[in-house]
Design a protein around this ligand. Structure first.
Ligand code: ARG
Ligand code: ZN
Length: 882
């Protein structure tokens, strides 16, 4: 029977327990060239209280049943219905436990969706989150079914000398016809989405880690042949993560082995399968010649993130997928904290806030808006979003800020103690903090249910005669696409009242309530605080460290802001204030209709930027962030309506040129201070110096107006950070220059066989601003090395064109959309998760000026009309149009 999946909506309210209770499973996976045979032996019984004749209904997806046995005997055909999408078994025992053995056959080589069991580069591997296990065998493929797994893998010895699964290794041995087997035993109860299996001819890097309680763990990273020398930094990051989780959260690793495998075809970044993390090789393999500082930081973060999931995700998992932020938001918070401790806190915070504003805010303010804890979905894969991950992390951060470090740690300890082994909910998570701190967090919990970015409105008054300062904070939330509530929510607002010498004054309001340390616990729609005898009018430094994910509406004078940019003892706010000012000025200039001013930033702001950038007492990484003006998409979001992306780009370029011209001397000095052939070390301080020098090179090139200096640096570069930065300057500023072609050709010749570097080559060219980029991208899509089958490669060209290049994607003539949609349809037939993700590039279509808006809408409506879209892509297209 052919079933067209139109996508039923799954609702949180409809949650109910399974009719049967699984006790354990023994999987035998037989791998052959061209197919795999799976035998799943499940021990189970009917749940007490569920009907004595309720059938067992198991999930499946594109499966073929080969046999079905009950306690060793074949079941009569009349007792079950097997379809590719599910298995229903009737007449099962009423009370006693029994064993079902289910045989399925699949073809990993044809699995282009990269969900379930597939083959990448000859290696058999799996991805089961969220609903991939049902593509391997019929099962209760849901996160609240927690059981021990025993796995036996059988495979040809030559193609797959390495056989891995979750847990601890067991028996191994030889079989007939050049085959062998290995058994793995995972003693920890786990849901099916954490199952993993890898088999292949892999190279191994090994190490060991002794836990705080003295347990020795064998660590290994497996890579493609000839790549293991690139896994050293990942291994180092793993050991640092393990030590950090012991120090900071008291969490030790719990198995004898911890394995990581790097795979070249992978939908996401990585996956936290118990004891066997599977990674996109982009987040494992590095060396100075092929990877940038950003890549190093990315590897460190993702390695840490997946490792931290062992406690927040695996030991305590989610009851259902609506609770996804329970593990993802919390684990992102943990990896952010790790990076802040390992690197530099302010610079890390700036990075996280930039990401939040550029990825999550547009999502929260557009058609794809959803709460951090959604209440319904059509396709769960589409909910691995910036809202679940990044806003989810912000909510945990707010709890930490509201409670303070001791209570927060006590709450986390209680969470682990109370819920170890559970499939938990957000309610259970919030409850532990209420219990340790003895407070009511119900108005905080609204953050999980109400979508949208609240506005925090700040009003100040100063009475000179009384030396009295009055601060009013008001919060409001607009109803958005999700149609959730708009009630006031408890939020921490970190503030400082700064004196003229950069000193923080005491915060003892005479009215409005107590302020603990520097945190106002704002819970009402509006609250006023009065400070008497403040010692002269202070500068208000508000929302320090971005203590709540809100839009700030603060009518603060430019002179106060520029004073704070110099004086604020909170370094994050020094950056934030400059960055906000730049964003507002550019949005005002690019959002208008008259010819933008020659210097849209204004002289004083330019001076402040240059002063900060040139101040050698400050951290170079911080100064690089000051020079990194808001992205065009961020400026577009600030404009909010009738956006002309080309005008945004031109305005931003004009501003960059003004900075470049005014700062020639500063930039010359900064470029000279960091020679491109200096020795490379990936640490944060060295990376910061490179970031500053390369930012300076960009400005210096803008005032030069020719590519020679960037090309010279490209040729001299001793590492990929400097090489790619110089190449980006060439490609972005001089796309058609002969020098740029020379550089691109040299880069290609050098890295033709290195997939990860070649991705950079495609991505840079696709991101070059200007409408003409479409023609170059079209040509690149026929390049022999281009393929839609590899997600990294597809993202590098198509994703970077649609997602990173507003000028070309939103071409006025609509050709950008037309070409992109053709690729999207091709991609959708191969890998729906990737096509759906890329289609989110349309999410801001309603904010475009009318001509582009009409073209974008036509393109989306044409997509929506197609009968064969995947459920994933259809869900995104429908919601984007709604
Ligand atoms: N849990 C993985 C992580 O560490 C992401 C897996 C996402 N998988 C998916 N099919 N969407 O964040
Ligand atoms: Zn995660």
């Amino acid at each position: 029977m052919l079933r067209t999946d139109t996508g039923q909506t799954v609702k949180l309210d409809a949650y109910s327990e399974t009719d049967f209770v699984f006790e354990s499973v023994f999987l035998t996976i037989r791998l052959f060239d061209g197919s795999a045979e799976i035998e799943s032996e499940i021990r189970l019984r009917r749940r007490e209280g569920s009907g004595a004749d309720a059938p067992l209904v198991l999930d499946g997806d594109e499966l073929t049943l080969t046999f079905l046995k009950l306690d060793g005997d074949r079941l009569p055909d009349a007792d079950y219905d097997a379809e590719p999408g599910g298995l229903t078994i009737r007449s099962l025992p009423a009370a006693e436990a029994f064993t079902l053995t289910i045989g399925t056959r699949i073809v990993p080589e044809e699995n282009t969706k990269l969900m379930g069991l597939y083959r990448s580069n000859g290696i058999w591997c799996t991805q089961c989150e969220a609903e991939g296990f049902r593509r391997i065998t019929y099962f209760y493929d849901r996160p609240d079914v927690l059981i021990p797994y025993k796995v036996r893998i059988e495979a040809p010895k030559v193609a797959a000398p390495i056989l891995l699964s979750n847990g601890n290794p067991g028996e191994t041995g030889d079989l007939d016809s050049g085959r062998h087997f290995a058994v793995w035993d995972d003693p920890f109860n786990k849901p099916s989405y954490l199952f993993a299996m890898v088999a292949g001819d892999l190279e191994r890097v090994g190490d060991t880690f002794r836990t705080a309680s003295g347990h020795d763990v064998t660590l290994a990273i497996f890579t493609d042949k000839g790549r293991s020398h690139q896994a050293g930094y990942a291994m180092d990051a793993l050991k640092r993560s393990m030590a950090w989780d012991e120090r900071r959260f008291g969490r030790e690793y719990d198995l004898d082995v911890f394995n990581i495998v790097a795979i070249s075809d992978f939908n996401m970044g990585a996956m936290e399968n118990k004891g066997l993390n599977v990674f996109n090789h982009k987040y494992v393999l590095l060396d100075p010649d092929t990877a940038t500082d950003q890549d190093y930081a990315g590897v460190e973060t993702v390695i840490a993130h997946e490792y931290f999931h062992n406690w927040t995700g695996n030991r305590i998992t989610c009851r259902d997928w609506f609770q996804l932020c329970l593990k993802e938001g919390l684990t992102v918070f943990r990896d952010q904290e790790f990076s802040s401790d390992e690197r530099e806190r302010t610079v890390q915070r700036i990075g996280s806030v930039r990401r939040l504003k550029s990825m999550q805010f547009p999502e929260d303010q557009g058609p794809l808006q959803h709460p951090v804890r959604p209440s319904e979905y059509r396709e769960i894969s589409n909910f691995y979003t910036a809202t679940i991950y990044d806003k989810g992390a912000e909510l945990v951060r707010m709890i930490a800020t509201l409670l303070g470090p001791e209570d927060f740690r006590a709450g986390m300890d209680l969470y682990f103690e109370r819920h170890d082994g559970d499939a938990a909910t957000i309610e259970a998570f919030v409850k532990v903090f209420e219990d340790v701190a003895g407070i009511d967090l119900s108005s905080f919990a609204l953050w999980y249910h109400q979508a949208g970015t609240p506005t925090l409105t700040v009003t100040e008054a100063y009475d000179e005669a009384e030396d009295r300062y009055t601060l009013t904070l008001a919060q409001s939330l607009k109803q958005g696409a999700a149609g959730t509530g708009t009630k006031p929510m408890l939020m921490p607002v970190k503030i400082g009242l700064v004196g003229p010498n950069g000193e923080d004054r005491p915060l003892n309001p005479s009215q409005g309530g107590e302020i603990r340390e520097d945190v106002i616990q704002l819970s009402e729609a509006e609250e006023t605080f009065v400070f008497d005898k403040v010692g002269g009018r202070p500068y208000l430094s508000v929302l320090r460290d971005f203590s709540a994910p809100v839009t700030l509406d603060h009518d603060q004078s430019e002179s106060d802001r520029l004073a704070l940019a110099r004086l604020d003892p909170n370094p994050f706010n020094r950056w934030r204030i400059l960055n906000d000012l730049i964003g507002e000025r550019l949005a005002a200039a690019a959002g208008g209709t008259s010819e933008p001013a020659q210097n849209p930033l204004g002289d004083e702001l330019v001076t402040a930027i240059l002063e900060t950038a040139g101040d050698d007492r400050l951290d170079p990484a911080f100064r690089a962030q000051v020079l990194n003006v808001p992205a065009d998409t961020e400026i577009a979001r600030l404009i909010g309506e009738n956006v002309d992306p080309l005008r945004v780009y031109e305005t931003a370029t004009r501003a960059r040129k003004t900075i470049a011209t005014a700062g020639t001397q500063v930039f010359e000095r900064l470029v000279a201070a960091a020679p491109a052939d200096a020795a490379f070390s990936p640490d944060a301080a060295s990376a910061g110096k490179r970031a500053l020098a390369n930012a300076a090179l960009g400005f210096a090139t803008l005032s030069d107006g020719h590519p020679d200096r960037a090309f010279a640096r490209f040729e001299k570069a001793s590492n990929m950070t400097d090489r790619q930065a110089a190449l980006a300057i060439l490609v972005f500023r001089f796309p058609e220059h002969e020098t740029t072609h020379r550089a691109l050709d040299a880069f290609y010749a050098r890295y033709e066989d290195d997939a990860l570097v070649l991705d950079k080559w495609f991505a840079l060219q696709a991101a070059a601003p200007g409408e003409d980029t479409l023609d170059r991208v079209q040509k690149l899509s026929t390049h022999p090395r281009f393929t839609l089958k590899n997600p990294n490669r597809a993202r590098s060209l198509i994703g970077s064109f649609a997602g990173m290049n507003p000028t070309a994607f939103h071409r006025r003539d609509g050709r950008g959309y037309a070409w992109f949609c053709e690729r999207l349809i091709e991609l959708d037939a191969i890998n729906p998760q990737i096509s759906a993700r890329m289609a989110t590039a349309f999410r801001a279509w309603r904010t475009l000026e009318s001509e582009r808006r009409a073209k974008a809408e036509d393109a989306l409506r044409d997509l929506a009309k197609l009968p064969h879209l995947s459920r994933d892509l259809r869900d995104i297209v429908d919601r984007t149009l709604a």
